[in-house]
Design a protein around this ligand. Structure first.
Ligand SMILES: C[C@H](O)[C@H](O)[C@@H](O)C(=O)CO
Ligand SMILES: [Mn+2]
Length: 418
């Protein structure tokens, strides 16, 4: 049977439960995942000689072929994008500034011109750009950044935040789509705080100062990402969930929830509906925490599927800005991208292939036996036949066929890297 014949058979089965697979294929085109640039080089960036990753996050593994130059990073991204259907955005960190020969400025003096190559990259590929100030992996970030009690250091990081707003606005103007600018700081304490209020008050004031510059709010969507702990920041983080959500709500910003940033039994999928009732937009970092915020590659696991269901069944694809945030140095980094991107797309497609209205009705009418039966039986519906057809019509390899392309790329390109 051809892929199309399988699809047509699956289409009939889904139609019998009220799901229009042709519409799903159309809706999948609207999915615009924001793909992070930092999987290809283990969050190394280009602006510091010392590539030590700080801020309580870690990449583990030493798989050969890591990108070490902008051209290598670009080649790896292009390879990954060529194996994944649909539109994507590219999410850049400020540490990925590209300087000309002999040129360098510190993070508080970054300008749009230092990202011109990325703007050209995005424009050539008709892609949107998102941005992240980098408050880690820098000599002045060895203790604290926006919460620093030393005013000079705190002002350095405030200027960095302001510079990033200007760069984000430039991205939006150049690409013609709003730029999501995500603020995450690692600031926190290893052990029992003597003062919880002070650092948070300084963080609040720093954010106020960053946002005090004149910028176009329709072009730059500022979001703030919370986090419960980091390595070396086990006892306290200034940017806790409560701090972040309150700040965002009060200042009409966008909350960003990373599903590695909560206590292990807290689920981001359960938080999405609450946020959507009060905020126009919500940004996500979809990742896979294994026992801690380990940033493993996104799999098609229960939480990824549950997150996707919450977005789709609440008709919120245009309100939830889905970003990816994982970094694994123990496997082929291009394959990590392809697995993570395709899994997020698969989760969304599965959610679209669900008779959501009927299931809600079963819940509202307390028909819980039938609800369980349907939810379980849906798991063995022929999702794969729709997925493979989606790949075929979008010109990307079906099933695991993409892996051969990555192997070829590893042989011809990655293995030749120093
Ligand atoms: C590199 C990212 O900005 C970083 O992962 C941040 O988003 C985060 O999740 C920190 O734990
Ligand atoms: Mn994150």
């Amino acid at each position: 049977m051809t892929t199309k014949e399988r699809y047509l058979s699956a289409k009939e089965m889904y139609a019998a439960i009220g799901v229009d697979t042709d519409k799903v294929l159309e809706d999948m085109k609207k999915v615009d995942l924001s793909v992070h640039c930092w999987q290809a080089d283990d969050v190394g960036g280009f602006d510091q000689k010392d590539k030590e990753l700080t801020g309580g996050i870690q990449t583990t593994g030493n798989y050969p072929g890591k990108a070490t130059t902008p051209d290598e990073l670009i080649a790896d991204l292009d390879k990954a994008f060529s194996l994944t259907a649909g539109k994507h955005r590219l999410s850049l960190h400020a540490s990925y500034a590209i300087f000309g020969e002999g040129e360098w400025v510190d993070r508080d003096s970054l300008e749009p011109k230092h990202f011109q190559k990325w703007v050209e990259y995005a424009k050539e590929r008709n892609m949107g750009l998102d941005f992240n100030p980098t408050f880690f992996s820098h000599p002045l970030a060895s203790e604290y950044t926006l919460t620093h009690p030393n005013e000079e250091i705190r002002q350095f990081w405030i200027r960095h935040g302001q510079a990033c707003i200007r760069i984000s606005q430039y991205f939006a103007e150049q690409t013609g789509t709003p730029c999501l600018m995500n603020i995450w700081i690692p600031d926190g304490l290893k052990d029992v705080p003597a003062d919880r209020m002070g650092p948070r008050a300084r963080y609040k004031d720093s954010l106020d100062q960053i946002l005090s510059i004149d910028y176009d709010k329709s072009k730059v969507l500022v979001c703030v990402e919370s986090k419960v702990f980091g390595i070396g920041m086990e006892s306290y983080t200034a940017g806790s969930a409560e701090f972040t959500m309150n700040y965002v709500m009060k200042n009409d910003l966008v909350p960003l929830m990373d599903n590695g940033h909560y206590h292990p039994t807290e689920m981001v999928s359960d938080k999405i509906s609450s946020v959507l009732l009060f905020c126009d937009k919500l940004a996500l970092h979809v990742t896979r925490p294994v026992r801690w915020d380990s940033d493993h590659v996104v799999l098609l696991d229960d939480e990824t599927k549950e997150i996707a269901k919450e977005i789709v069944r609440n008709d919120a694809l245009d309100r939830v800005l889905i970003g990816l945030d994982f970094f694994d140095a123990s496997i082929n980094r291009v394959s990590a991208y392809v697995v993570g991107i395709r899994n997020m797309q698969k989760a969304l497609m599965m959610a679209m292939l669900t008779p959501n209205k009927d299931l809600k009705e079963l819940q509202d009418t307390q028909q819980f036996s039938e609800l369980m039966v349907m939810q379980e039986e849906l798991k063995s519906y022929p999702f794969g036949d729709v997925w493979n057809y989606f790949c075929e019509v979008n010109g990307v390899p079906e099933r695991e066929d993409w892996w051969r392309e990555v192997q070829k790329y590893e042989e011809e390109v990655l293995s030749k890297r120093a």
